[in-house]
Design a protein around this ligand. Sequence first.
Ligand code: CUA
Length: 655
Amino acid sequence: MQNKNKSVIIGGILVLLFAVVFIGCTRDTQVTHEAADRVYIAPGNYDEFYAFMSGGFSGQVSVYGLPSGRLFKEIPVFSVKPEDGYGFELETKDLLKTSFGHLPWDDTHHPALSLTNGVPDGRWLFINSNNTPRIARICLQTFKTMEIIEIPNSAGGHAAPYPTMNTEYLVSATRFSVPIPQADVPISTYKENFAGTLSFIRVNEEGNMDLDFQIVVPGYNYDLAGAGNGPSHGWVFFTSYNTEEAHTLLEVKASQFDKDFIAAVNWKRAQECIAQGQGEMKASEYYHNIRSSETFMTTSTRKTSTTSLDPGKCPGVMYFLPTPKSPHGVDVDPSGEYIVAGGKLATVIPVHSFSRMLDAIENEAFEDHVNGIPVLKYDATIAGEVRDPGLGPLHTEFDGRGYAYTSAYISSEVVKWELGTWQVVDRIPTYYSLGHIMVPGGNSMQPYGRYLVAMNKSSKDRYLPVGPKLPQGGQLIDISGDRMRLLLDFPLIGEPHYAQALPAEKLQPNAKRLYDLSQNRHPHAIRDVTDSRVVRDGNTVHVYMAAVRSHFAPDNIEGIHVGDEVYFHVTNIEEEWDIGHGFAIKGDINPNILLMPGETKSIVWKPQRPGIYPFYCTDFCSALHQEMQGYIRVSERGANVPLKYGTGERMVTAR
Ligand code: CUA
């Protein structure tokens, strides 16, 4: 009797469980199939968008496809990369040169596509480094870093490198205020001695950067920036926090005031003041490094002065807009009228109106002045406040259909709201601790508006665990309909602080396939295996080497001595797409170099012990890749072994 009851009960529970699991499964499966259809790119097909994500403390930029979330490439920028020799080989080493010497690492934050008429034009991607302030330019034909400029009188190049509407300028504002010029002073003299700078870096038609001027500003922390467009073209907006000017325990002391400031800068006015002689030349040391696409070599120039502008001496150049509270993002909508702030500690999202700001300036609706900079009245510039924006609103992007999307860090969600009515219309949770978001084109005048990528600081429990440090979590959200829909989770490299994306059709046709060997102007290039040779000059040996399927020329070298400095100048003389060769030698403290067709790279080796040293091709290039190798004989210092080299049977004595 008891047993019968038991089995009835157990049977009932099983039926119930089955029903729950089955119904649950059916619903989940439907959602998953629908989402999967949206992100699935069939083998051999292409993604719709290229997405570029900063790597944060990796120092690099990673390239993903959207909507698939597939990782294509990691572009080395501020960190060396043994994968291809970046920062080790002679051609790119000087890109990392600074006034502090060769720096092998930095912290990338905000990628920025070059703009023409406020729309990404697919020419270049710029990105800042936060630790030792610099801006890099990546060529979007080769996906290689071609230029890095150091920003002097700055510390924490965080509010960078946001471009103006036609990439006339990139900006870089200091996160940490410091004495300007640098000085050995007590930290407790912060309020007297510390200041910030807003730097304006000009970009010419070739993409080359040049520090035009710096505005010296009060000693706050400058966080992010956004350039005006359309009617607000000519202005750039910077958020600041720590207007309390604290120098210790900022988590408490920099959260005292109800409002901090957005700094609104009229850069056309700054140009006028400088043309009228208001700028002051100041001694400053910084490096500007440019890599040639013809010689592959980097030229480093040490610069020694900057033009500095005191905003108090240039009326009309700068205004402060009071903004609650410790704001992070400052984002201008596609119409150029609305300036949206993300106040980390604010209970609303404040939206300033550009036209109201101009009226307030005209009517001198000032509540105060700081260092001669007028502070506008909050009520005079505000267009509206978005209520219930989530906890910890950070950063806003736009879809071009009248809606804005704001990330909220503490409540881990994206909040969708309407421009003009300021009403929240939708919200979706993200997993977890959302930082920035990115809509392709969503910070430009032409948002593509179909997808939103959430860059989450934590991915706890979303993936198989890989030890204590988990990947940060990318999430793709469909924003094409009224309601947002989560489509995909994909893990990210490093810490993507921000991203940019543009339609594949804008880049794909321009992607470079190979370097034209006949245009190779590298000083140590060779064009044919018959040009390969070894030359001694004292203790320096130059090896001019060809790499071609499937051998190196020369592949036997004798007469290298301990104490020699051996330069390998390797040219890949292939002329076919995607046939790369690598070159690595046993015991070298440098990593391998990777050579694409038509490219020359150089690496220096200092052999430490006598013996036979193999070298080989590290990139699987052909069926006989494993045969692509050679030997170097190293003799004791002073040994009587003549320098010889060869490919095949015949060894040639070096001249
Ligand atoms: Cu060349 Cu492998």
